[in-house]
Design a binder for this molecule. Sequence first.
Ligand code: TRP
Length: 366
Amino acid sequence: MSEEKKQIILTGDRPTGRLHLGHYVGSLRGRVELQNSGKFDEINILVADDQALTDNADNPQKIRDNMIQVVLDYLSVGIDPQKTNICVQSAIPALHALTFYYMNLVTTARLSRNPTVKSEIKLRGFDDEGLPAGFFTYPVSQAADITAFNATVVPVGEDQLPMLEQTREIVHKFNSVYGEVLTMPNALLPSNEKARRLPGTDGKAKMSKSLGNCIYLSDDSKTLHDRVFSMYTDPEHINVADPGHVEGNMVFTYLDAFCTDEHFAEYLPDYQNLDEMKAHYMRGGLGDVKCKKFLYNVLEEMLSPIRAERSRWAADIPAVYDILKAGTAHAVEVTNETLERVRAAMKIDYFAGDAIIKEWEDILKS
Ligand code: TRP
């Protein structure tokens, strides 16, 4: 089985809004590196609109509009359609069929224990009466996504680890009941541990649109400036001379995630590196405005080419459409092949050939 040796990546995002720095740090940046490493036989990115609809049933226009936003975000950060296959979940029928079959391999009790879904249910304020079954079971659909592409590697942020664990359990169960058909996937977290999860600009645990604490990849310079200058820092650092805290201070949290020694040489030569800057801040004598200016420069340097690339693609939507269409067509082929193997293993491949005629005749004779 040479197929098993192939290194295949599958990852995805829900198109519920433009992508922000949290996505960039948690996964986009890593995806571009993986793409350019040349180590993978196939790389797929799924825009998970069906998953987005599990808690947006009444807002289909939002998902439709954000489909293009998310794809533009991919292209603008350096996802290269020559190397990476970008595809639309809702247009890949095998994913729906696989989800339905995998539902039989997972219990409602197990689904209730998924910590990511649990916290999302809380966040959305769903009670037992209001929780859509589709939302409750979306980890099963995600298992379908991952296995349909025969993914060996799934690069994700930390919050997605429970999905991977659940997928691995489904693969194990499927293979032990029906035979070795599905590929066992592995999660791949961003290597820089500090940069795995980026809090919101207000210091809240996560960047999220509903909290209004995001910096979007597509934000213009002025918006970026406003966002940086209104960041949560250290409420006890009132006068410049006061000693300050860097823990829980978003300016330093973001600098941890984005700045390099070269940035100091370029924008803040008072210090060689972040450790020196932090030491000064903690001692007292370094003001927030200076720190924020530096962070703004660091982020602006990173985001301005991304913005430029975005406007380049935005000026050619027919080309973006073709990329998505071709990527999806490829995905349909690959996933149909998996579905055929799954159906055969589950003994529901009635029309894959007419061997069953003989089988049925024999049964009736005996
Ligand atoms: N659940 C992921 C998120 O919210 C999106 C997603 C859907 C995904 N299908 C996937 C991620 C498959 C990795 C692999 O961001």
